[in-house]
Design a binder for this molecule. Structure first.
Ligand SMILES: [Zn+2]
Length: 287
């Protein structure tokens, strides 16, 4: 396995001799390198709960099966790779924004747009306003390089195989926020998101769902997470580009308060290590 490192991300490349497979993995939210200019005021014990902790580590067997794994190094609370780069409100930043046209969504209104401004929708992350220069710096230095690798990772598979399967790797809190329209009941072990069947062919979602259920886990599809920017932006099933968001319930592998791994981490990682060749076989069968 070889590893490529930049400030924004790292890539694990397939091991020498391993057949390259038409499957690409990305972990946009597991980054935990907090940049020096990230001047947050919330306690770190709360801020770090935005991380999809250890998710990149969970998939580190990918190169052994001929797949590339892309992982963000920057934390999602600094700039969110799983948001559209237009998803911000310039009025929330000091200075005049002169770049691309903003298009704030409900994510921005909840404080969880491209740049998160609030934790849990209510708690201000910063003591004052960020500047438009801060915003531009984060987009140019972190968001765009990450997305450039998304494009490259999928395009190179389409060039070589004529199609690509992409798994967008995440983890989720066990319960939603109070007032969350998705509900505050405990979540399934895994939630697969294909944006109601629009980001991949149904067999891809089904084969992963069945594998995880056969491994003893509960699985829901598009409930409550349907997938966001990354699976939407890079999928085009009619052109052989299939993307699926895979959310793992954090209660299976970590203490959500302390951020420490628990005993369940190892069996879960073993399940993921077995899921990867299953997905590779499935993807290869589509040649
Ligand atoms: Zn995530």
């Amino acid at each position: 396995m070889s590893r490529v490192d930049t400030d924004a991300y790292y890539i694990l490349e397939p091991e020498e001799g391993a057949l390259e497979a038409p499957v690409f993995f990305d972990s946009p939210h597991s980054g935990k390198t907090y940049p020096d200019d990230f001047k947050y005021q919330v306690p770190f014990s709360e801020l770090h709960q935005a991380e999809d902790a250890f998710v990149d580590e969970m998939y580190e067997a990918a190169p052994k099966h001929g797949c590339r794994l892309l992982a963000a190094k920057f934390p999602r609370s600094y700039i969110d790779a799983n948001r559209n780069e237009h998803d911000f409100d310039p009025r929330e930043f000091v200075g005049e924004w002169t770049g691309h046209t903003p298009n704030p969504t409900v994510k921005t209104r909840n404080g969880e747009g491209l740049i998160w401004l609030r934790m849990n929708w209510t708690q201000e992350i910063y003591a004052g306003k960020l500047t438009v220069e801060d915003l531009k710096h984060r987009i140019d230095t972190y968001w765009r390089p990450y997305h450039a690798q998304m494009v490259d990772g999928i395009d190179r598979l389409v060039e070589k195989f004529g199609y690509a399967y992409h798994i967008n790797c995440h983890s989720m809190p066990n319960v939603g926020l109070q007032g969350d329209p998705s509900g505050s009941k405990p979540r399934a072990d895994f939630v697969l998101g294909d944006r109601d069947g629009t980001t991949c062919e149904p067999g891809f979602t089904d084969t992963i769902k069945r594998f995880l259920e056969d491994s003893g886990y509960s699985v829901l599809v598009n409930d409550p997470y349907k997938g966001v920017e990354l699976v939407d932006r890079y999928s085009d099933p009619a052109k052989g580009r299939h993307s699926l968001q895979l959310e793992i319930n954090r209660r299976l592998y970590m203490d959500e308060q302390s951020g420490e791994k628990i005993a369940g981490f190892t069996p879960l990682k073993d399940t993921i290590a077995a899921l990867i060749p299953h997905v590779v076989d499935y993807a290869k069968s589509k040649a």
